[in-house]
Design a protein around this ligand. Structure first.
Ligand SMILES: [Zn+2]
Length: 255
């Protein structure tokens, strides 16, 4: 069993063939998928998929790139959806200083509001971080996000930062980049961090693992992430699959 903790099957890239994509994932042993919504249309589609498939769950949040457009109504919608039995986390949320489409101060405020909401509704959070590690760690600490914990999605930071996040009750999640030959940092962190704090994901349709790099990503490819981690840690594929699934179920409260 494999648990893809971060998939965007709600992306338009899957409009034509999402059913076949899901079938392929099942055939490759994917037992659970969290579909992540980050604005109105993607949240709506994530909820549809979660309602349609027993093994698909939803995370709902607001992306930092688009922070400038989040209204009070949007936040209220997220709060209402948090009560839905298939919604297992809030996010993705965080900071993105790479695209810089929303001012940093707005991003920080929208991030803080969502952390506070997560604490109110008692759900873990999924963190998107691009070029903003210091501010992310600072805000998580200040807002006492450890109370709910969550996932550092597609982690690319150092071993030191990984430990800081684990100390705050977060899991470290790896996607396609850990399979790339030149990805020194993710490989180092995957080797160093105990298996009981690791998660796997695809972030599909993006970040496709080796050997399909450059093509559209999909949940069935999460096995390549598990394989890479197994090799780095010198443990079996089955152990990685089992432990990362157990971790995800524990975090998301899935029995
Ligand atoms: Zn994502």
């Amino acid at each position: 069993m494999l648990f893809d903790t971060h998939a965007h099957l709600n992306a338009t890239q899957f409009n034509e063939d999402v059913e076949q994509v899901i079938e392929r994932a099942r055939a490759e042993g994917v037992s659970h998928i969290v579909v992540v919504g980050f604005d109105r249309p993607t949240i709506e589609r994530a909820m549809e998929l979660a309602d349609q498939y027993s093994f698909i769950y939803a995370a709902v949040g607001w992306h930092p790139v688009d922070a400038i457009h989040m209204t009070d109504d949007d936040l209220m919608m997220i709060e209402q959806l948090a009560a839905h039995p298939k919604v297992v986390a809030l996010g993705e949320m965080g900071l993105d200083y790479y695209w810089d489409q929303s001012p940093k101060e707005v991003q920080k405020e929208v991030f803080r509001k969502q952390i506070r909401l997560a604490k109110k509704v008692k759900l873990p959070i999924i963190i998107h971080n691009r070029d903003a590690t210091a501010d992310i760690v600072h805000i998580l600490r200040e807002e006492q996000a450890a109370e709910v914990g969550g996932v550092m999605h597609c982690f690319t930071g150092s071993v030191e930062v990984a430990h800081q996040c684990i100390d705050m009750n977060f899991y470290i999640s790896f996607g396609g980049p850990v399979t790339f030959k030149n990805a020194k940092k993710p490989k180092e962190v995957a080797k160093e961090i105990p298996l009981d704090r690791l998660l796997i994901e695809t972030d599909c349709p993006y970040l496709t693992p080796h050997p399909f790099r450059g093509k559209r990503n999909e949940p069935s490819y999460v096995k390549y992430v598990a394989e890479a981690i197994a090799e780095l840690k010198g443990v079996s594929f089955d152990e990685v699959a089992q432990k990362t699934s157990d971790n995800a179920k524990r975090l998301f409260g899935i029995i």
